[in-house]
Design a protein around this ligand. Sequence first.
Ligand code: SF4
Length: 528
Amino acid sequence: MECLTDETSNKLTVFRGKSHLTLLHVSGTTLSKVTILDSFYAQYRVQSGAVPRLRDDMDSPPERLLQAIWQHQRLLRERLQTLDGRPVRVLHPGFHNLEGGPDFRSAVVQLGDDSPKTGDVEVDLRANGWHVHGHDRNPAFANVLLHVIWEGENLVAGAPPLMLLRPVLDAPLGELSLWLGGEAAQGFPEELRGRCCAPLRRLSNPKLVDLLHQAAAVRLRSKGAQFQARARQVGWEQSLWEGLFRALGYKHNVWPMQRLAELRAVWNHAPGEFDTRQLLLQARLLGLSGLLPAELPRGSSGTNSYLRQVWDQWWREQDALADKILPRAVWRLHGIRPANHPHRRLALAAAWSDGASLAGKIQAWCSRELADAHLAASLLETLEVEQDPFWSWHWTLQSAAFKNPMPLLGETRLTDIAINVVLPWLWIRVAEGKNEKMQQQIEHRYFTWPAAQDNSVLRLARQRLLGGASPRLLPGAAAQQGLLQLVRDFCDHSNSVCDACKLPPLVAEFSKAEFSSALAERQAVAPL
Ligand code: SF4
């Protein structure tokens, strides 16, 4: 990897193989003084408090500002060094991670004479944040290669190398805080866009959607093939249950949920009336998951009374099933949203398992004549479960009761289940049965399914590949799936500087190709 500085344009270019990344380079000397508060508007936005102006002697600037400074490299880049004196060359600052884990993923950093390494960067106010925030005990931080802090003097044993921000800012803190309030800091730096971004943006919208739908079709087939392979081992119905459980575990608890689905024969049969059966199924799933609290709390709240009922059921079977109980450590509960907590997801699984065959209901849904506008509502009707006296009112075993009941299956999960489980499973089943008409029908549903809720992976993909395009550019769930497939096929096999990535030449070829009429025809098949 080589670095070149262009003094006339103040840009630093990093070369790696045939790839390069250009970042704004600011030298230690001030180029020219820019007055930021030079108009009524400029002064008003600060005086009104809309944009905070921080004092330069401030001890604790907001971490968000420090992250923006790192992301946009508002630093004297040639003066960076670790606290123990090794020069730091930032060849790529990484991608801002808005979920749990380190602040920046896939940064490329060279420390001293070491060769450049790809890893994560964590930004904190102080060095002791490493221990205080529990990063030292969190495996998600195992790949952090640089701990960037505002100030501090002490090296922390067992922590990654430290780098101080305060002495290497490229402008006074007050000026940087005003910049943070502006658009430049909020956006995704243009320099971090992928090499495919320009060619993708040159495609007309129908052509871009065609490309994304072709990638989505690959995804549909490969998910279908996965179901088929599993069905050969365990049968079609069980493969569906495993898919549904994995979708309920999205995204951090996929594997424990898969294991509970594999244990279905152990917990699935429950005698008695509906309420008794439900409680028994819930108790078995909660017990087998290892997520039941070991001790019953005191008091007589609704939660405690429900827990008592669950324990009354579970203690009778606990010993017989002891070798199948999952260790609590396989679950990731830290930092997940309450709506995604496995407690409530297990209650939904218990409700699905009771009564008529879910696979049969899904196949009946597939055969129904449905208008495009009613696809999601009709599947929701099929998968929706009755109100539960406890779980319709609680996110978790410990959480306070809602004021009003909430459905156990929401629209976000429904789209995920439709796109990743129901439609691929149905598609491969009818493909095996050589029912081409029905196969086209399922593809039609896949390509017309409404867009899923935006998420951080899609946001980053839109920024990197599509130059920050609005979510509206992706007209449905299939276009979103196609974008995710591009990330899987290309970004995941390259690096932050798009080394040797084959997507740009693919887009160049694709832009010359004819519109994919075969796929478009399949998408346009009228409902049965
Ligand atoms: S790695 Fe490839 S697909 Fe990903 S942003 Fe870079 S050029 Fe685009």
